[in-house]
Design a protein around this ligand. Structure first.
Ligand SMILES: [Mg+2]
Length: 220
C-alpha cells in the first residue's frame, strides 16, 4: 500500500513572492509617492482594523487599473520570486508531497510567476477581477478568498476531495494562521523571510525566520 501524500499549501504574497502582488501593481502605476497610502490599507487588512475585503476594495479604489497594467506587472513579478523557493517546491514535489498555492492576490497578476514556480493548472487558488472592457471594475465576491476565512475554506475543500497523511500551511499573515485555528490545516509554519508580522510570530507554533529554517521544518 502506498502512503497517502502530504498536502503542503503556500501563501503567495510575501511567501512565494518577495512582494505583496497587488501593492506591486499599484505602486508600479501610481509611483512611490503612493506607497504609504497603499501600505496603510494593506496593513489595515492584516491587523484587523479593516476586513480583508474592505482592504482589497479600498486599494483598488485608489486608481483605475487597465489590462495593460496587469499584464505588464505580471511579467515583472517573475523577477520577484522569494530566493530559494523554486528549489524548495521542487524538492517537496520530488518527495511526493502535493504542493498548492493559496492566495488572497489575483490570478491574472500571479499566473506567470506561479507557473515559473512549477504550479500546474488546478494547483493554484486566487482571487479574480471583474472586468468592464479593458478596466478592472471590481472583484468576484463569491470567491471565498476575497474575504477573511477564505483560506480555511479552500483547504477544507482540498482535504475533503483527497486522502492526505497531513495538511501543512506556510505563510506570513494572520489569514494564513487562520487555517490552523479553524482546524483546516494540521500544521502551520509562519514564514518571516520577507515580512515579519508580530501577530503571527507570537501565535504560530512553528516559525521560520529564513528559507533555511523553512527547509528544515518541511524536509527535516
Ligand atoms: Mg502573505
Amino acid at each position: 500500500m502506498i502512503d497517502a501524500p502530504r498536502l503542503v499549501c503556500f501563501d503567495v504574497d510575501s511567501t512565494l513572492l518577495a512582494v505583496e502582488s497587488l501593492d506591486f501593481v499599484l505602486t508600479r502605476k501610481l509611483g512611490p509617492a503612493a506607497t504609504e497610502k497603499i501600505e496603510a490599507l494593506t496593513s489595515g487588512g492584516m491587523n484587523g482594523t479593516l476586513s480583508f475585503r474592505q482592504s482589497l476594495m479600498a486599494r483598488l479604489d485608489l486608481t483605475s487599473l487597465k489590462r495593460s497594467d496587469i499584464a505588464a506587472a505580471a511579467v515583472e513579478l517573475r523577477q520577484h520570486l522569494t530566493p530559494g523557493m523554486a528549489q524548495l517546491l521542487s524538492d517537496l514535489r520530488r518527495r511526493g508531497d502535493h504542493v498548492r498555492a493559496v492566495s488572497g492576490g489575483f490570478a491574472d497578476v500571479l499566473s506567470l510567476a506561479l507557473r515559473d514556480l512549477g504550479f500546474g493548472p488546478g494547483e493554484t487558488f486566487a482571487n479574480r477581477f471583474v472586468w468592464e472592457g479593458e478596466t478592472v471594475a471590481g472583484i468576484e465576491t463569491a470567491n471565498p478568498l476575497s474575504d477573511n476565512g477564505g483560506k480555511p475554506r479552500i483547504i477544507a475543500n482540498l482535504r475533503s476531495n483527497a486522502q492526505y497523511a497531513a495538511v501543512w500551511m506556510v505563510g506570513d499573515g494572520v489569514t494564513d494562521l487562520e487555517t490552523l485555528t479553524a482546524g483546516a490545516a494540521d500544521h502551520f509554519i509562519g514564514f518571516g523571510g520577507i515580512a515579519r508580522r508580530d501577530a503571527v510570530v507570537e501565535r504560530a507554533p512553528d516559525y521560520a525566520e529564513t528559507l533555511g529554517d523553512l527547509r528544515r521544518l518541511l524536509l527535516g
